[in-house]
Ligand binder design. Structure first.
Ligand SMILES: CC(C)(COP(=O)(O)OP(=O)(O)OC[C@H]1O[C@@H](n2cnc3c(N)ncnc32)[C@H](O)[C@@H]1OP(=O)(O)O)[C@@H](O)C(=O)NCCC(=O)NCCS
Length: 404
């Protein structure tokens, strides 16, 4: 008889993230091969998990064609050498694809239908630019449902600067610079590397190399340097390459389990899911999406923002994260927020990023037994937000239990 179950994040790994485009390290690497690498990484690190016990594989991609097409979860499962009995499927919620893979699998585990699942995402933005082959319904324009430029994420970020004058370019620049510095400090301290799966890569001249680190980092970033950058999305705008996540290639995967599987297989969870929420907002200002989704997730958990000890917020754009911090009254440089840097520095391969946030939160939980709850949250194109609240199994304090 199936039973309602807690949902645990057992482990997560990802490929190093590459700069999209011909000069990027994955230009000659297939997107599905990146997923396979991530899956192999996590199953090799968890040898106690019988592969034939994995109930499903959900892989997200925003563009589902070419090497990101054909039901990625199934194709990647076969290519990764999982038993043929393990099924799989594909998911799309643009930037929150991997996050939705996790919450969808969590639903199946939570109602006791699944014991173990793999959930992740991929985006090879070099091969599949956002919206590249999309054919939006003309009604969007004729009925003025959505502004024609709402799919240009940079323009939506410029609109946040317009809407919230307190979110100045100077604040965004500083946030972008600190993301770069924090990511480099995390690399120097060896915090991020343990969860990266090395990927063999082939250069244009056929030489093989090994991708071991996120490629797009710019640790030398200064405020003076950022002040000089062009504003690619609007003449005399405020959003620059230094305050945007770069176009990125990469894949992520997580291993999720229910309470019964944890017990039976002797697994050691890195996080317990407390709640999640998704919300819609005006597509023209999609960056504020994580505000209502976080409110929803907090309400479901019976928690307040003050209960959250660590935040992993996807930095699609600096201004967009700042809008959430301002809403909740959190300082721009609050040490609980993106302690090891964020997407501005390491990159944002759209449908892969949600699980990167979880991987980093899990790694910080292990170091922080004083912290009970953490939040992973992100904005989504066409006006959405997604938030997942997690509990730290290493927590040693005595705070009150949340409602589940
Ligand atoms: C912002 C964006 C247009 C920039 O693209 P790009 O021009 O190819 O980016 P580059 O890396 O070449 O950077 C542009 C310039 O800024 C410079 N630069 C970028 N970051 C910098 C930093 N932190 N410090 C100093 N200079 C920096 C680069 O060196 C480059 O200079 P150059 O023109 O002299 O060579 C692109 O990254 C983008 O579209 N990002 C958003 C992606 C997106 O929408 N994702 C979905 C979110 S919801």
């Amino acid at each position: 008889m199936a039973e309602i179950s807690d949902v645990y994040f057992i482990d997560g790994m990802r490929t190093p993230f590459g700069r999209a485009g011909e000069k990027g390290m994955y230009w000659n690497t297939r997107a599905d091969d990146l997923v396979v690498k991530a899956i192999r990484g996590v199953i090799e690190r968890n040898p106690g998990v019988p592969l034939d016990r994995i109930d499903d594989v959900a892989i997200a991609a925003t563009t589902q064609e070419g090497d990101q097409g054909l039901t990625l979860g199934r194709t990647a499962a076969i290519l990764a050498g999982l038993p043929q009995s393990v099924p799989g499927f594909a998911i799309d919620r643009m930037c929150a694809g991997a996050m939705t893979s996790v919450t969808t699998m969590a639903g199946s585990i939570g109602i006791g239908m699944y014991d173990l699942a793999l959930a992740g995402g991929v985006e090879h933005m070099g091969r599949h630019p956002l919206g590249g082959d999309a054919d939006p319904n003309p009604r969007f324009l004729t009925e003025k449902l959505v502004s024609p430029d709402a799919l240009n994420m940079g323009i939506t970020a410029e609109r946040l600067h317009d809407r919230f004058p307190a979110l100045t370019k100077e604040r965004a620049d500083r946030f972008g610079m600190l993301s770069q510095h924090k990511a480099q400090a995390a690399y120097d301290a060896g915090k991020l590397q343990p969860d990266l799966v090395p990927v063999a890569v082939k250069s244009a001249d056929g030489a093989w190399g090994l991708a071991t680190e996120d490629e797009g980092r710019r640790p030398e970033t200064t405020m003076a340097g950022l002040a000089q950058l062009k504003t690619p999305f609007r003449p005399h705008g405020r959003v620059t390459a230094g305050t945007s996540s770069p176009l990125t290639d990469g894949a992520t995967i997580s291993l999720l389990a229910g309470a019964q599987a944890v017990k039976e297989l002797g697994l050691t969870p890195k996080m317990r899911m407390v709640s999640f929420g998704f919300a819609g907002v005006q597509p023209e200002v999609m960056g504020i999406g994580p505000i209502p989704s976080t409110e929803k997730a907090l309400a479901k958990a019976g928690l307040s923002i003050d209960d959250i000890g660590l935040f992993e917020l996807n930095e699609a754009f600096a201004v967009q994260v700042l809008s959430l911090l301002d809403h909740f009254g959190i300082a721009d440089d609050d040490p609980r927020v993106n302690a090891w840097g964020g997407a501005i520095a390491v990159g944002h391969p759209l449908a892969a990023s949600g699980v990167r946030l979880m991987i980093q939160l899990a790694a910080q939980f292990a170091e922080r037994p004083d912290v009970r709850y953490g939040l992973t949250a992100m904005c989504v194109g066409l006006g959405q937000g997604g938030s997942v609240i997690w509990e730290n199994p290493h927590y040693t304090g005595k705070k009150k239990n949340p409602k589940k």
